[in-house]
Write a new protein. Structure first.
Length: 309
């Protein structure tokens, strides 16, 4: 893998790490299987692209995209907690509706940002573009991660974690679980939309199809991160998700650059197939890991028993 390919994968992994942190909140913290991500990711990109073209500062455009994603998350949560629609179905409904909303926002299937200023533009000079995008994306990830670490140590954050851990018990303790779910879903989809806003600026334009498979990537990052760094503390949990997102993108790049895969017919057009295979492997690995640890523990126990007898 060339240096350019490595930096590209690292840049993409860091941007998707923000999205994966959003998926972590819905799937792990709130225990809310949310499929809105496939719609809120391109929503953030669409709003940011339109805002930049309209002359807004790129950082302000990212904020607008994040706010749009937060509203999408609130709608999904509202359909679930207030109307009583199953969370999976609520996410599907909002995701489907967002496809048309995104088309309305862009007024076209795609928008070009070539020649427009981005959050990376002020730092780029000469041929340092690849490095700059990695550093800026990394800085945003660090800020988001530490803000989440701080938030989940507050009373509201702890209430949100309690809601996802045991809804009935949280209600018995007087926690307004409807509010915490809606707030959590807003933060989750806001981060996913922020990731989309940054992504379109690295790609040179927004496209209606950029959100396809977003939730798969997010889940893969969470699962890979948990496999690599299994932890209970929120600081390590968020760190594991960032590591998982970067590793996932690096694995994808390595797989697509592999001469072995090319020799058996795999190519760039097989990206989704390779993605599905990697996610399946990530899901299987923890089971093998637990079996291996169990077998090791049994072996130690047997050895001790034999020594006593």
């Amino acid at each position: 893998m060339s240096l350019i390919a490595f930096l590209g994968a690292l840049e993409s992994g860091l941007i998707y790490a923000i999205m994966a942190l959003g998926v972590l909140i819905s799937f792990r913290i709130l225990d809310f299987p949310d499929l809105t991500a496939d719609g809120s990711f391109p929503l953030g990109g669409a709003v940011a692209a339109v805002s930049i073209i309209a002359g807004f500062n790129p950082w302000v455009a990212c904020l607008f995209g994040m706010m749009a994603g937060m509203m999408a998350g609130i709608v999904t949560a509202w359909l679930n907690v207030k109307i009583g629609i199953l969370h999976l179905l609520a996410g599907i409904l909002v995701m489907t509706a967002l496809y048309s909303v995104n088309l309305r926002i862009m007024n076209a299937p795609n928008l070009s940002l070539l020649g427009e200023p981005t959050v990376f533009t002020p730092f780029i000079s000469g041929d340092n573009g690849m490095w700059v995008r990695v550093l800026v994306a990394g800085a945003v990830v660090v800020v988001v991660k530490f803000l989440l670490d701080w938030f989940f140590s507050t009373e509201t954050g702890l209430a949100m974690r309690a809601t996802g851990s045991n809804l009935k018990m949280a209600q018995a303790q007087g926690i307004n679980t409807s509010f915490t779910i809606m707030l959590g879903m807003a933060i989750s989809n806001g981060l996913i939309a922020l990731s989309g806003a940054l992504f379109v600026q690295t790609q040179g334009g927004a496209d209606i199809s950029v959100g396809i498979g977003t939730i798969v990537v997010g889940l893969a990052a969470v699962i890979i991160g948990e496999t690599v760094l299994s932890a209970k503390k929120i600081f390590l949990i968020t760190l594991s998700v960032v590591i998982g997102a970067v590793l996932y993108k690096l694995f994808i790049q390595i797989a697509l650059s592999s001469q072995t895969l090319r020799s058996i017919g795999f190519g760039p057009q097989d990206l989704n197939l390779v993605t599905a295979l990697l996610v399946a492997i990530a899901l299987i690995l923890p089971k093998f890991r637990s079996k291996a640890l169990s077998a090791f523990g049994m072996g130690k126990k047997s050895a001790k028993t034999g020594g006593v007898s």
